[in-house]
Design a protein around this ligand. Structure first.
Ligand SMILES: [Zn+2]
Ligand SMILES: [Zn+2]
Length: 151
């Protein structure tokens, strides 16, 4: 497959994956679930359930936090969203299923996506491979984002 960022981030494509995986997993596609997924793929900040809730309530005022929270957990179970590596804070979700890496600001907790071919091609160390089965690889850089660096 040709590496193409536009295809990977195409929202129509992501909605198609959403419909297909929901159907394959016997998950009913409700307007609320669709709206939550749409909100998630629009977000570029790896939002928490609370972040998604605060945004979606503007569109669906009667939705409950519990629904949003449960739905996001379901999305991660059926593989249409990833839970970003946690740091003892609220779970944060990532709709981008393609291989990419993260820069996390240790001060403001912003998580920025980046792509790097060398990181993509990192090999799992042999002793790790003997003991475990790695399903994915992700490099996480930590430090200060450009905003926090300036302060
Ligand atoms: Zn920062
Ligand atoms: Zn990400």
């Amino acid at each position: 497959m040709v590496y193409n960022m536009d295809i990977k981030t195409d929202k129509g494509e992501m909605m198609a994956v959403f419909f297909r995986r929901s159907r394959d997993n016997g998950l009913k596609i409700t307007p609320q679930r669709s709206a939550i997924y749409q909100e998630l793929i629009q977000a570029k900040d790896h939002p928490s359930a609370d972040d998604v809730y605060k945004r979606i309530i503007k569109k669906i005022p009667n939705i409950s936090f519990d629904t949003v929270n449960r739905t996001l957990l379901t999305f991660s179970k059926i593989g249409i969203a990833n839970i970003v590596e946690g740091y003892g804070q609220a779970k944060r979700y990532d709709p981008d299923l393609e291989t990419h890496h993260h820069f996390r600001c240790m001060k403001c907790n912003t998580i920025i996506d980046f792509h790097n071919k060398e990181y993509d091609n990192l090999k799992v160390p042999e002793d790790m491979r003997k003991q475990f089965t790695a399903m994915s690889k992700k490099v996480v850089l930590e430090g200060l984002c450009s905003k926090c660096k300036r302060r």
